[in-house]
Design a protein around this ligand. Structure first.
Ligand code: GLP
Length: 241
């Protein structure tokens, strides 16, 4: 894995947005894999600026998001659908029909998971996948476990993740306990992956990921098996490596 270290979040946002813009400019009908969470927000802000300045055109771009809370409904204030609409899609010229996020309330859960992986395949596969990382080393909502799960699936969120996400909800009881997430195989099929981490609270997860020990107890460690991954860190997230 290549490692790039920056002074702060904004520098990372500008750098990652430049890579994304470069991909969109050079690959016709580029397919992006997108992430939620606070980490990619500077990247999305920088992409919006690039769009406003006429540098990049999203009209031919398709996107697939990593995950969605199960059961809360896509119009919920904290749904990942709403997050993507508010933080990126409503501010660039992407056709909403070309943006896909797992359904929060699918009629048939098993079918939704199968269809999600199939729609990525049919689109031609993800050219560039953006990832954040959880404190426990999770990527998307692939939580630490005894095994890696390959395809898109439903997952029980760990206590650690529920605690980390409670800042977005009125109370811990409102935090969803389940999510639908791309699997490890879905993520690894992306042709290029960027993983971003900022802040001291991510330093342990980054250290575990980079230990080269591929272990489902640190889901991000599977990225050592991919040949085109770049890690974007601020100094704090890089402080233990
Ligand atoms: C959630 C998301 C992940 C994200 C993680 C970290 O669990 N499913 O995709 O990487 O949060 O979030 P943050 O960037 O807010 O620290």
């Amino acid at each position: 894995m290549k490692i790039n270290i920056y002074n702060n979040k904004q520098e990372i946002g500008n750098a990652v947005a430049s890579v994304i813009a470069g991909k969109v400019l050079t690959k016709t009908n580029c397919i992006l894999g997108l992430a939620t969470g606070s980490t990619p927000i500077p990247t999305y802000n920088s992409l919006i600026e690039l769009y406003k300045n006429g540098v990049v055109d999203f009209s031919g771009v398709r996107t697939f998001n990593l995950d969605e809370y199960y059961g809360i409904g896509s119009m919920h204030e904290q749904s990942y659908y709403k997050f993507m609409y508010d933080n990126l899609f409503s501010k660039i010229n992407i056709d909403l029909k070309n943006t896909k996020i797992p359904s929060s309330q699918p009629k048939n859960l098993e079918q939704e998971c199968i269809d999600y992986d199939e729609s990525i395949e049919k689109a031609g596969g993800i050219d560039l996948q953006i990832l954040g990382i959880g404190h426990n080393g999770h990527i998307a909502f692939n939580e630490p476990s005894d095994v890696f799960t390959y395809g898109t699936h439903i997952v029980d969120l760990t206590e650690d993740t529920i605690q980390a996400n409670k800042r977005f909800f009125n109370s811990i009881d409102e935090v969803p306990k389940k999510a639908i997430t791309m699997g490890i195989g879905t993520i690894l099929k992306a042709r290029e992956i960027i993983i971003i981490a900022t802040g001291k609270d991510k330093a342990n997860a980054i250290k575990a990921m980079l230990s080269k020990n591929i272990d489902p107890k640190c889901p991000a460690s599977i990225l050592n098996a991919h040949t085109n991954v770049t890690v974007f860190l601020d100094k704090e997230a890089a402080s233990l490596i």
